[in-house]
Design a protein around this ligand. Structure first.
Ligand SMILES: [Zn+2]
Length: 262
C-alpha cells in the first residue's frame, strides 16, 4: 500500500510539473524547441519538452550539452546513427544542471566524462536535496547522476576541436551553468526564449533561488564581454534559440542600448 501511495504521489508530481511548464509556455508565449536545428557547432536534439545539443568535436568525437530526459536516449542515439556513429562517439557530457530532464540519457554513454560545476555535484549525486518551492516534490522522483569531472567557475575544457567554458548561473539550481562554445551560449534552464525575441527569467516556482537567478542573468552579458570572444546565439533547453543581442535587452522589458560587440 505505501508503494501505491508513493507511485500515486510520483505520478501527480510529474503531471503537476508538466501542467506548470505548459502554462508557463502559453502565458509567456515561449518559443517552441526545434528539432534538428544547426546553431554554430551544435545540433538541437528535441526530447519531448527539452533539448539536448550535439556538438561535433572532430575525428568522430562528439560532445553533448545535457543528455535529455529519455533514459534510453533514443533521439540522441538516432542522430549518432544517422552520422554512422555509436554511443562511444560521445566523449563528454556537459550538464547545465542536475534536473532529471537534463541528464536522463547519461547512463547510455558510460565512456563519456560527465561535467558539471562543483557547486552542482552534491545535488547531482543525491547528497543534497533540491531547495525551492518544488524541492520536496522533485525529491520524490529523484534520480542521480555521477559527475566524473567537477568544473571550477569559468573553467575551460578542450575536447577535440572544441573549447567549452563553464560560467556559473546560480539560481535555477545553486550550481547551474551556462556553457560557451564557438559563438553559442548554452543556457540550460537559466532563462527562456520568448516569441517576441526577449529573454525570460526562469520561473520562481521552479528555481531554488529566484533572486540569484535574476542576478546571474543580469550579469551574464558583462561576463561574456570579458571573455572577448564573439557570441552569435543563445540556446535554451526548453524554448529554442535567440540571437545573442537578446542578452542586452532587459528580460521582458523595453530594449536597452545595443552592444557594439559581444
Ligand atoms: Zn531545470
Amino acid at each position: 500500500m505505501p508503494y501505491l501511495l508513493l507511485a500515486l504521489a510520483l505520478a501527480l508530481g510529474v503531471v503537476a510539473i508538466s501542467i506548470m511548464r505548459a502554462a508557463r509556455f502559453i502565458s509567456n508565449r515561449m518559443r517552441l524547441i526545434e528539432d534538428g536545428r544547426e546553431i554554430g557547432p551544435a545540433r538541437t536534439i528535441a526530447d519531448r519538452m527539452v533539448c539536448a545539443f550535439l556538438l561535433d568535436a572532430g575525428a568522430g568525437a562528439h560532445v553533448l550539452i545535457d543528455a535529455g530526459m529519455d533514459t534510453q536516449a533514443k533521439a540522441i542515439l538516432a542522430e549518432l546513427g544517422r552520422r554512422g556513429l555509436g554511443p562511444e562517439a560521445i566523449k563528454a557530457i556537459f550538464l547545465t544542471h542536475a534536473h532529471t530532464d537534463h541528464f536522463g540519457g547519461c547512463a547510455l554513454f558510460p565512456q563519456a566524462d560527465v561535467y558539471a560545476l562543483e557547486a552542482e555535484v552534491d545535488l547531482a549525486e543525491g547528497r543534497r536535496k533540491q531547495g525551492g518551492l518544488l524541492g520536496p516534490l522533485a525529491g520524490l522522483q529523484r534520480r542521480t547522476v555521477h559527475i566524473t569531472q567537477a568544473l571550477a567557475a569559468g573553467e575551460e575544457v578542450v575536447v577535440g576541436d572544441l573549447r567549452i567554458r563553464a560560467l556559473p548561473m546560480p539560481g535555477h539550481t545553486l550550481g547551474s551553468a551556462a556553457y560557451v562554445c564557438n559563438g553559442v551560449v548554452f543556457m540550460g534552464d537559466s532563462a527562456d526564449a520568448r516569441i517576441d525575441g526577449r529573454i525570460q527569467e526562469p520561473p520562481a516556482l521552479l528555481s531554488e533561488d529566484s533572486g540569484a537567478a535574476r542576478t546571474s542573468l543580469a550579469t551574464l552579458a558583462d561576463r561574456i564581454r570579458e571573455l572577448d570572444s564573439p557570441i552569435e546565439w543563445l540556446a535554451f533547453a526548453h524554448s529554442g534559440v535567440l540571437r545573442a543581442e537578446a542578452l542586452f535587452r532587459p528580460p521582458g522589458g523595453a530594449a536597452s542600448h545595443a552592444p557594439s560587440k559581444i
